[in-house]
Design a protein around this ligand. Structure first.
Ligand code: ATP
Ligand code: MG
Length: 392
C-alpha cells in the first residue's frame, strides 16, 4: 500500500456550472505552488488525488496545501490498487494497529457501484476483522476514531484523519483585483480575505520619497510577499505620490488634506486598475476607525470614481483584524515603525464630516491633472522575487 493525499473541494460544490473551471484552476494553482515536488494529480468531479513519487514528501506537500484556497479538507490516505475484500481487510487492520483508540466505526463508500459487496456489508466485514484482532469496541455514535474506506474502480483509499483546508475559492477563478497596500495592519488582511474569495491580486503602493523611506517601501514589499503565499503571481505597482501630496499640502485647506489626498489615490487607483485588467479596487478601510473612515469621509472620497471599491474589513473590530494578521504572519512586519505617506502629512484637525462643495472649491485652486497623469505614467512595477535587505 502507498500513501496518497486526497483533497476535498468543499464550497466548489455549490458552483455547478463552473465546477470544471474551478477544479482546473485549483489543479493549476496546486501545480504552481508545489512545483518543487515530484507527484502526479488525478482528479474527478468530487475529489483530487495527489500521488507523490516519494512518501517522504507527504508532510511538506500537506503543509503547502494548507495555504491553497479552494481546498476544504486534506486527507492522507493509504491506497492500493488491489481492491479485493481480503486486501481491504488486511490494510484496514494494519492501519488500525498503529492507532491509539478504544472505540471505532467503519464508514465505507463505494463510488464504484458494480463492486460486489455493499457498503453496509463491507463495514461489517472490516469491523469484525478489527474486533477479532484488536482489543476494542464498535461505537457508531461517538467513536474515538472513524476508519474511512473509499472503494473506487481503480483503487481503494483508506484513512482516518483529515486536516482542515483554508476553504474559499481557487485563486484566479473570480478575476483580478487591485489591493491598495500600505504598510499598516489592515490592508494585508483585507487582501488575504479577498484572495480567499478567488480574486487574484495586484498590489498598489503610493510612496512619497523622500518624506517616506526605502524601509517603508521594503515593508510593503515584505507584506506583498507574505500575501504571495496565497496569491498567484502578483505584481506590486509603486506610484510616486510626492508631487501630488506636496501640492495638496502647500495649496489647500489643511483640514481637508487627507480627504483630498485619498481622492487622488482613488483616481489613480482606478486608472491603474483599468490598465492592469483589475475588476475592483480593494482597501483596508473599516468604518469609523479613523477620521478618514467615517461614512461621510468614505462618501466624499468615493465620489471620484464609479469603480467597485471593496472594503472587506468595513465591519471588523481592530482586535479581530489583528488576530488575522497574526495568523497570516503579517502583523510583525506591519508594526515596524516606518512612516507611510498618510502619516507624514497628518493635519492637526482632520475633518470628520467633509463637505463636497468645499472639496470642489479647494480642488479648483490647483490643477492636479498633469500630476495625476505623470504619476500614472511613471508607475514602477516591482519584482516581488527580488532580494531586499533586513526585513522579517
Ligand atoms: P492600514 O493599517 O492598512 O495602513 P489604516 O487604518 O492605517 O490602514 P488609512 O491610512 O486611512 O488606514 O488607509 C486606509 C486604506 O487606504 C489602507 O488600508 C490601504 O488600503 C489604503 N492606503 C493607505 N495608505 C496607502 C498607501 N500609501 N498606499 C496604498 N494604499 C494605501
Ligand atoms: Mg495606513
Amino acid at each position: 500500500m502507498k500513501k496518497v493525499i486526497l483533497i476535498k473541494y468543499g464550497e466548489l460544490t455549490t458552483k455547478k456550472d463552473n465546477r470544471n473551471f474551478f477544479i482546473r484552476t485549483l489543479r493549476k494553482n496546486i501545480l504552481s505552488k508545489l512545483s518543487n515536488f515530484d507527484f502526479e494529480i488525478v482528479d474527478d468531479y468530487y475529489r483530487m488525488f495527489i500521488i507523490p513519487s516519494s512518501d517522504e514528501d507527504i508532510d511538506l506537500i500537506v503543509e503547502n496545501l494548507k495555504n491553497i484556497f479552494g481546498i476544504h479538507e486534506i486527507v492522507v490516505a493509504f491506497m492500493s490498487e488491489d481492491i479485493s475484500e481480503n486486501n481491504i481487510k488486511e490494510m484496514s487492520l494494519k492501519i488500525m494497529k498503529d492507532l491509539d483508540f478504544k472505540t471505532f466505526k467503519v464508514e465505507t463508500k463505494r463510488s464504484d457501484k458494480t463492486y460486489p459487496i455493499k457498503s453496509m456489508d463491507m463495514n461489517n466485514i472490516i469491523g469484525s476483522h478489527i474486533l477479532k484482532n484488536i482489543d476494542c469496541n464498535v461505537d457508531v455514535h461517538m467513536p474515538d476514531t472513524i476508519l474511512n474506506v473509499e472503494i473506487r474502480k481503480e483503487a481503494v483509499y483508506i484513512y482516518n484523519t483529515s486536516i482542515p483546508g483554508l476553504g474559499g475559492y481557487p485563486v484566479g477563478t473570480l478575476g483580478r483585483g487591485l489591493l491598495m497596500l500600505s504598510g499598516g495592519i489592515d490592508s494585508p488582511v483585507a487582501g488575504y480575505l479577498t484572495i480567499k474569495r478567488g480574486v487574484e491580486l495586484y498590489y498598489l503602493y503610493f510612496e512619497s520619497r523622500p518624506h517616506t523611506s526605502i524601509e517603508a517601501r521594503n515593508k510593503v514589499i515584505s507584506l506583498a510577499r507574505k500575501l504571495e503565499k496565497y496569491n498567484s503571481k502578483g505584481k506590486l505597482l509603486v506610484v510616486n505620490f510626492t508631487k501630488i501630496q506636496e501640492a495638496i499640502y502647500k495649496n489647500l485647506d489643511p483640514s481637508y488634506l487627507i480627504t483630498i489626498m485619498r481622492r487622488k489615490m482613488y483616481t489613480i487607483a482606478e486608472k491603474l486598475a483599468k490598465r492592469y485588467n483589475c475588476l475592483a479596487i480593494i482597501n483596508g478601510e473599516s468604518i469609523g476607525q479613523v477620521a478618514s473612515q467615517t461614512l461621510s469621509s468614505i462618501l466624499s472620497v468615493n465620489d471620484v470614481t464609479n469603480y467597485p471599491i471593496l472594503r472587506p474589513l468595513c465591519s471588523f473590530d481592530k482586535l479581530d483584524i489583528i488576530d488575522i494578521s497574526k495568523k497570516i504572519d503579517t502583523y510583525d512586519i506591519s508594526i515596524l515603525p516606518y512612516e507611510d505617506c498618510c502619516t507624514v502629512f497628518v493635519p492637526k484637525h482632520p475633518v470628520i464630516n467633509p463637505n463636497l462643495k468645499h472639496i470642489y472649491e479647494e480642488e479648483s485652486k490647483f490643477d492636479f491633472e498633469p500630476l495625476i497623469q505623470e504619476a500614472v505614467k511613471t508607475v514602477e512595477v516591482v519584482d516581488l522575487e527580488e532580494k531586499i535587505s533586513d526585513l522579517l
